[in-house]
Design a protein around this ligand. Structure first.
Ligand code: XMP
Length: 493
């Protein structure tokens, strides 16, 4: 079968897959291998990525994505030149969950309890290392030590002194730290140098979090991983330098038309400046576009021009490629040499399995996460007429918008300074919509993963990797092109 001919002009709702002999004993996501390559250097345990959109991914979203085995990409939807807000989102993710805290917050032993309380409140940290002028460890001070105590007392009076602490000299693995903490029945393990200076801290709370999120995407220090988006013009080099300094694990060069000379130049500049950093680039929707990015040495490619839920590119420009065809074009062009990210257009959970079989190594989701608790933005109550009772009730909503929507673009400009005509002249390629506010994205992700495991079972495979390999080897065994009636029977409810 010529797969490309078969999917020409087609997208998600044009296909079903034929069920095969099921072989998995259970559809439990913790028992089925769902790992997938996100970039050439980073494999995720779950193939799910949250989109770099200013109504989707900030620190709260990125933390849950990484804890659940995927990754979040912090958007660059902040004003040009205003880099600090994106940096603080990256920092917030990197500080959320540590294996070894490499730079524990510290306080001097002569400081007052009132100061210690302030540091704890401001940093959200419950354990401070108490140090002398040379940063040598003198003790530990926890929230419990400062509770119900006069603010005028000194830190040295309340801390657990160094002599009573179990400490470890040098860095250590988490497994070793856990063993030491179990043997000595302690909840905190400070790490020090030979000269007594503090180099790190391991806490039982963090170790428990590691246990609770066995599939989490972590860096070599045990911190959650996060990506950051940059553009291809303007402040992108400076932005890249700052987010990398803050600990971003990879850069996503995200522009609407990634198959462009602007993109070529940006890749060159970013490589020259940041060497081997993991670079994801996009978006493209053709074989030539995919080859263009691969030849320039990026480490993953984002595929999708115009399928996104908040996108009007196809309406306003008439350019784009139906997403399934775009994925197949890109996959046939790059093979297994470079991972593809299927970006946009996934509206139902079955679309995730489709995007992954037609060529995506991972999927990037925007609207599928819209309205969840972890998305940025305020909840607004709106009156809604209930069809059954004909009563008007107040329903909570959140805003979801395309990054090229007029509202998002205006927000990124400094409106005080921008010329009114300039704002009017902006060609918007995105929508702004209200979506019902709902619970945590964690539940949405769990649901998606269960459905993906069911797809693997129906597909006769034992893992995601196996299902993809089987499909690409024999697509004719799986593919059903739908008639209008079949599409209606399948997806209209
Ligand atoms: P979904 O369908 O998951 O898609 O919401 C998310 C992706 O949509 C893209 N995106 C846009 N595309 N105009 C566009 O043409 C826009 O304003 C816009 N905003 C987001 C983007 O690739 C995202 O990951």
């Amino acid at each position: 079968m010529n797969l490309l001919d078969f999917v020409k002009g087609a997208t998600f709702d044009d296909f079903l897959f034929t069920p095969q002999l099921g072989v998995v004993p259970s559809r439990d996501p913790s028992a089925i291998d769902l790992s997938a390559r996100f970039t050439e250097h980073l494999t995720l345990q779950r193939p799910i990525v949250s989109a770099n959109m200013d109504t989707i991914t900030r620190a709260a979203m990125a933390v849950v994505l990484a804890e659940e085995g995927g990754i979040g990409i912090i958007d660059r939807g902040f004003r040009a030149g205003d880099i600090a807000p994106q940096v603080s989102e990256v920092l917030a993710v990197k500080r959320t969950q540590h294996g070894v805290i490499m730079d524990p917050h510290a306080i001097g032993e002569d400081a007052l309890i009132v100061d210690a309380r302030r540091v704890m409140r401001q940093t959200g940290v419950g354990t401070l290392a108490v140090v002398d002028e040379a940063q040598r460890l003198r003790g530990l001070l926890t929230e419990r030590d400062v509770r119900f105590v006069s603010g005028d007392a000194r830190v040295s009076e309340r801390m657990t002194p160094r002599a009573q602490l179990i400490v470890h000299t040098g860095l250590t693995s988490l497994a070793n730290a856990e063993a030491l903490m179990t043997t000595h029945k302690i909840k905190k393990l400070p790490l020090i140098n030979d000269d007594g200076t503090v180099i790190g801290l391991v806490t039982a709370k963090d170790l428990l979090k590691h246990r609770r999120h066995p599939f989490a995407t972590r860096d070599e220090r045990g911190r959650l991983r996060v990506g950051a988006a940059v553009g291809a013009t303007g402040d992108y080099l400076e932005r890249a330098a700052e987010v990398l300094k803050a600990g971003a694990d990879l850069l996503v060069i995200d522009i609407a038309h990634g198959h462009s000379t602007i993109m070529g130049r940006a890749i060159e500049q970013l490589r020259a400046r940041f060497g081997g950093v993991d670079l994801v680039a996009g978006n493209i929707a053709t074989a030539e576009g995919a080859r263009f990015l691969m030849e320039r040495g990026v480490n993953a490619i984002k595929v999708g021009i115009g399928p996104g839920g908040g996108c009007t590119t196809r309406l306003t420009t008439n350019f784009g490629v139906p997403q399934v065809e775009a994925l197949v074009q890109a996959k046939l062009a790059v093979g297994d040499r470079i991972p593809l990210i299927a970006d946009g257009g996934i509206k139902r959970h079955g679309g995730i399995a489709e995007a992954l079989l037609f060529g995506g190594d991972t999927v990037m989701l925007g609207s599928a996460f819209a309205g969840t608790q972890e998305t940025p933005g305020d909840i607004v109550m709106k009156p809604v007429l209930m069809p059954d009772s004909q009563k008007v009730v107040q329903v909570p909503f959140k805003v979801f918008r395309g990054m090229a929507s007029l509202a998002a673009v205006k927000d990124r400009l400094d409106l005080e300074e921008a010329d009114a005509h300039e704002v009017e002249a902006l060609g918007a390629e995105g929508l702004e919509v209200s979506v019902p506010a709902r619970g945590s994205v964690r539940i949405v992700i769990h649901d998606m993963l269960k459905h993906l495991c069911s797809s693997i079972s129906y597909g006769g495979a034992g893992s995601l990797g196996e299902l993809r390999a089987r499909f690409l080897a024999e697509p004719e065994r799986y593919l059903v092109r739908l008639s209008t009636a079949a599409r209606h029977e399948s997806f209209t409810r």
